[in-house]
Design a protein around this ligand. Structure first.
Ligand code: MV4
Length: 452
């Protein structure tokens, strides 16, 4: 059993993990950069260790410093949160080699899913539907043309070590393919030091729907339904909801069972997310995330399952507390990501928070490390709070969300709160009619209106 967990992260997610530990009677160690000396995660933890200067490369990504902090404090385990070292297979391996438990899947599973070609091959073999495309890498233009003709244009060239939208190029016709291949390859080489690419049919108007799973070391796997994360801007999610407005129970159970079976045969351990594009009633696997995700709270709100608690229990070798039959989705949940950004330009605007008041009341959750007087450092992600609201159905959830957004006071820095207010008043959004391109158009229309 863990007595002490080191949390290798900062901000709201470090608090989220600390809270789960506290409720389980586990002591916490915070690590922090020089810039985060006064951060809330440092204040709340039982112990705190400075691991380096402000730039993440020298602190939150500093593996020797984090390992030393774990050794010095006698931590039994390390929770990496999301981002930073959460999907770094080398980190997972070296933590384990030091006799410390990495709270997450094995380094091998992180490796497999980090290589998008290998990930696709692995899940396809286990019965998960994938986007039609090349069997593996594309190594010549002849091969690119052959696959392109076979699946039909438009196609998308993707970097095998990419993901999250980096290193992708669309070719509308075969005339565009040569340029798409060479740009994708050189971008991939620059970004990942590897220019292996693969080809897929380009889906023009899909939704982004992801399935949350939990797998323990006793062979139990459960799925916790899906999240609809189609509302993104430049591959940054803005608002997520569970369940997806477009799925019925039959479709949900069908994909959930397919995923559950596949994950069980992989021998996967911990929490994971299987990402799909969903178009014309069909699911197409794109990637698997092997970490806790930013948007996990919407799933917690509709299932009542504490995903972080389950991650920790799984890492201790304990069985899942519930079976698939125990999972009953209840109502609807929406998360608004609140960033310290200019709501027009999305340029990060760090600064000092003057007045701060978080909304509350029934079924309103705020995950944030902010407090009045806090100075947001300019070195990290601009996410400063997540507002998660639950309702008996989507309609009630939206009424409550509107109320909660109006109650939220964050003075001193511009935030994306006003954008969320406008977004949830939109008729398409209210009807649940949106795809992955919808938000970009919505924002363009907004910009055009304000400049008139
Ligand atoms: C696609 C696609 C269309 N067709 N793959 C972008 C991020 C990465 N996770 C996968 N992405 C896409 N892959 C095929 N075959 C369109 C996207 C995409 C996208 C996906 C999810 C959410 C927002 C997106 C925005 C633009 C493009």
């Amino acid at each position: 059993m863990f007595k002490k967990i080191l949390i290798a992260n900062r901000g709201e997610i470090a608090l989220r993990i600390h809270r789960a530990c506290r409720e389980m009677g586990i002591h916490t160690v915070a690590v922090h950069s020089v810039a985060d000396e006064h951060a809330m995660h440092v204040r709340l933890a039982d112990e705190a260790i400075c691991i380096g200067p402000a730039p993440a490369a020298k602190s939150y990504l500093n593996i020797p410093a984090i390992l030393s902090a774990a050794e010095i404090t006698g931590a039994d385990a390390i929770h990496p949160g999301y981002g930073f070292l959460s999907e770094n297979e080398g980190f997972a391996r070296i933590v384990a080699d030091h006799g410390i438990t990495f709270i997450g899947p094995t380094a091998d599973h992180i490796h497999t899913m980090g290589d998008k070609i290998e990930a696709k091959r692995t899940v396809k073999k286990l019965g998960i539907p994938v986007v039609p495309g090349s069997e593996g890498s594309i190594d010549s233009m002849e091969e690119a043309y052959r696959v392109g003709e076979e699946i039909g244009f438009p196609v998308i060239v993707k970097a095998s070590l990419g993901g999250g939208g980096r290193g992708m190029k669309v070719a509308q016709t075969k005339e565009d393919l040569e340029e798409a291949m060479s740009t994708a390859k050189s971008e991939a080489m620059a970004a990942f030091g590897d220019d292996v690419v693969y080809l897929e049919k380009f889906l023009s108007k899909p939704r982004h729907i992801e399935v949350q799973i939990l797998a323990d070391s006793h062979g139990n796997v459960i799925h916790l339904g899906e999240r609809d994360c189609s509302l993104q801007r430049r591959h940054q999610k803005v608002l997520e909801e569970a369940p997806s407005p477009t799925l019925d129970e039959e479709a949900r159970n069908k994909i959930g069972e397919i995923v559950r079976t596949a994950i069980a045969s992989m021998g996967y351990l911990g929490a994971g997310t299987i990402e799909f594009l969903y178009e014309n009633g069909e699911f197409y696997f794109i990637e698997m995330n092997t970490r806790l995700q930013v948007e996990h709270p919407v799933t917690e709100m509709v299932t009542g399952i504490d995903i972080v608690r389950e991650q920790i229990r799984i890492a201790m070798g304990m069985p899942l507390e519930v079976t698939q039959d125990d999972i009953k989705l209840r109502g609807h949940a929406i998360e608004c990501r609140i960033n310290a950004e200019d709501p027009q330009t999305f340029i990060p605007m760090p600064g000092t928070v003057r007045d701060y008041h978080a909304p509350g009341g029934l079924d309103v959750r705020v995950d944030s490390a902010l407090y009045a007087g806090y100075s947001i450092p300019p070195n990290y992600d601009s996410l400063i709070a997540k507002l998660i609201v639950h309702g008996r159905n989507r309609h009630d959830c939206l009424l409550r969300l509107r109320r909660a957004l109006e109650e939220f006071v964050i003075d001193g820095v511009p935030t994306t709160i006003p954008l969320h207010v406008k977004l949830i008043e939109n008729e398409d959004f209210k009807a649940g009619n949106y795809d992955i391109h919808w938000l970009t158009k919505f924002l363009e229309d907004q910009a055009a209106q304000t400049s008139e």
